[in-house]
Design a protein around this ligand. Structure first.
Ligand code: ADP
Ligand code: MG
Length: 222
């Protein structure tokens, strides 16, 4: 699903540099990403999603070389292939929960918003326990409920790859388990590849493997 080779990326403004010499993730794998704050986990997810472009190296996702696509095509590819659960959810306050979940269909005309999609929104929202909140705005939801809405939005397009950036960061252990069980069930059903950043080492057993960002840091900084 993912192949990264000799990836090099630098933020010009502060000089932070991420180097990933080699990373491969098989189709359908569930992989946890750990590492200290500021080690570049979010940056790597944004590179995989084509939100950021590497300075050199190669990133291929689902057989497409993302790093080589022109802007508009990269965006289309992202919305069609990848579901993102952002660290801060990025729900739009002026839209209802339902509209937030449907957002990928509003911004990408290549995706068709038909009756099947509307049914899927209902099903996902019900499965994640927010079925009766679809007409509310995000401000009227609890933190955990907003998170579930963000998860619904990431899954509604039935993407081949889901990137989840600390999705359970602010949840208590019981809610974390419930949410993770639901997400795992949904991704396993479809053979979705699932990458998740977490600081919670008690969750690592549930993944096929763990990638530690310490391994990408220069030796002097480890
Ligand atoms: P992590 O997710 O592992 O905590 P990030 O990928 O968010 O780490 O950040 C890695 C480093 O890059 C940090 O030092 C951070 O300050 C810097 N950084 C993150 N985003 C930006 C940005 N948009 N512009 C400049 N520097 C950034
Ligand atoms: Mg981060």
């Amino acid at each position: 699903m993912i192949e990264v080779e000799d990836l090099l990326f630098t933020y010009e403004s502060d000089g932070f540099t991420l180097r990933v010499p080699d990373l491969a993730v098989e189709d359908g794998a569930k992989v946890a990403f750990i590492g200290p704050s500021g080690s570049g986990k979010t940056t790597l997810f944004h590179l995989l999603a084509g939100i950021l472009v590497p300075h050199s190296g190669r990133i291929s996702v689902a057989g497409r070389e993302v790093s080589g696509l022109p802007d508009a095509e990269r965006r289309r590819f992202r919305i069609g292939t990848i579901g993102m659960i952002f660290q801060d959810f990025e729900l739009l306050d002026h839209l209802t929960v339902r509209e937030n979940i449907l957002l990928p269909y509003y911004v990408n005309r290549a995706l068709t918003l038909d009756g099947g999609v509307h049914e899927r929104v209902e099903e996902l929202a019900r499965a994640l326990g927010i079925g009766s909140y679809l007409r509310r705005r995000p401000a009227a939801l609890s933190h955990g409920e907003r998170q579930r809405a963000a998860i619904c939005r990431a899954l509604v397009t039935e993407p081949a790859l889901v990137l989840a950036d600390e999705p359970t960061g602010n949840l208590d252990p019981r809610n974390t388990d419930v949410i993770l069980d639901l997400v795992f069930r949904l991704v396993e059903k479809r053979g979705t590849t699932f990458l998740m950043v977490t600081h919670d080492h008690s969750l690592l057993d549930r993944f096929d493997r763990t990638i530690d960002f310490m391994d990408f840091l220069p030796e002097a900084e480890r």
